[in-house]
Design a protein around this ligand. Structure first.
Ligand SMILES: Nc1ncnc2c1ncn2[C@@H]1O[C@H](COP(=O)(O)OP(=O)(O)O)[C@@H](O)[C@H]1O
Ligand SMILES: [Mg+2]
Length: 272
């Protein structure tokens, strides 16, 4: 069987920004394949290059050197127009700040990418309605962003990112502006999209708890991927205590809490 084509892939990708005299190296040589049908989380401290890497995976930004392939296509071989079409049709992007148009209804917001791509308003609205139903907002189609909670607004943004049926959905700290409930709703939705619809999702987050719900975690540090692991594999590690510190350090929680100790004696009987 031929190897499956990665949804997106980088090869020795670097990104630097001119900053006065010195250049800032945001990404310093990352080679990674994003597998189709998975929820991949990119985590790491502020400034480590997460957003820069995500933008290159979405052909929103061009690398200083190295290659980016989306659906097996080397982005650098495309003309500007082809790249615009690729972004419009293959990539869905969700931002921390929702970026909805305040004067447009949920339906009009969600339909926008299709209308920009020349789809008739009627068809665009029909597909946007289906998208809003998929994110659980079938009853909010006529609401303006200001009439919705943060979690609802972000779900409209997810619907907008999905109407074109993109190969890959990229989300940069999608829960960063939300309260706990809103964040949980959005995470649940992203998990459902992956689990039930096979959507490929790459999400930047600095929340370890949210990252733990991903299929795969790429932990970045200083412009590089410092570790690449599957939280479920770590959770499934059998009990020996000697393994626990390693697993904890892999998920970046070293020293946050002492590992639970197995009681030597039988604990006192619990009161009812
Ligand atoms: N447009 C830009 N111009 C100059 N420096 C930038 C730009 N975008 C990002 N950087 C710098 O690149 C580094 C990585 O940024 P970023 O990818 O946004 O990190 P993260 O998303 O992990 O916080 C930071 O030092 C940041 O200041
Ligand atoms: Mg960022």
């Amino acid at each position: 069987m031929p190897p499956a084509i990665a949804a997106a892939e980088t090869r020795q990708v670097k990104k630097s920004f001119a900053s006065g005299e010195a250049a800032v190296q945001a990404v310093r040589g990352v080679t990674v394949s994003i597998h189709s049908g998975e929820l991949t989380a990119i985590v790491g401290p502020s400034g480590c290059g997460k957003s820069s890497l995500l933008s290159m995976l979405g052909a929103i930004d061009t690398p200083t050197s190295g290659q980016v392939l989306i659906g097996g296509i080397d982005v650098a071989t495309l003309s500007d127009y082809e790249r615009t079409l690729l972004r419009r049709r293959q990539i869905g992007f969700v931002f921390q700040a929702f970026n909805l148009m305040p004067t447009l209804s949920a339906l009009e917001n969600a339909a926008l990418p299709l209308e920009l791509d020349g789809v008739s308003q009627r068809e665009a609205h029909e597909r946007a309605r289906v998208g809003l139903e998929q994110v659980g907002l079938g009853k909010r189609v006529d609401h303006l962003p200001s009439q919705m909670s943060g979690g609802e607004q972000q779900r409209v943004a997810v619907a907008r990112a999905l109407v074109t049926n993109p190969t890959i959905l990229l989300a940069d700290e999608p829960t960063g502006n939300l309260d706990t409930t809103g964040g949980e709703q959005v995470m649940k939705l992203l998990r459902e999209l992956v689990g039930e619809h096979g959507q490929t999702v790459v999400m930047v987050t600095h929340d370890n708890e949210i990252a733990a719900a991903a299929d795969r975690v790429l932990r970045m540090r200083d412009g590089l991927i410092a570790s690449d692991y599957r939280p479920s594999a770590i959770a499934a590690v059998p009990a020996p205590m000697s393994v626990v510190p390693a697993a904890k350090s892999a998920i970046g929680q070293t020293g946050s809490k002492p590992a639970p100790q197995t009681p030597k004696k039988k604990t006192t009987k619990r009161r009812k």
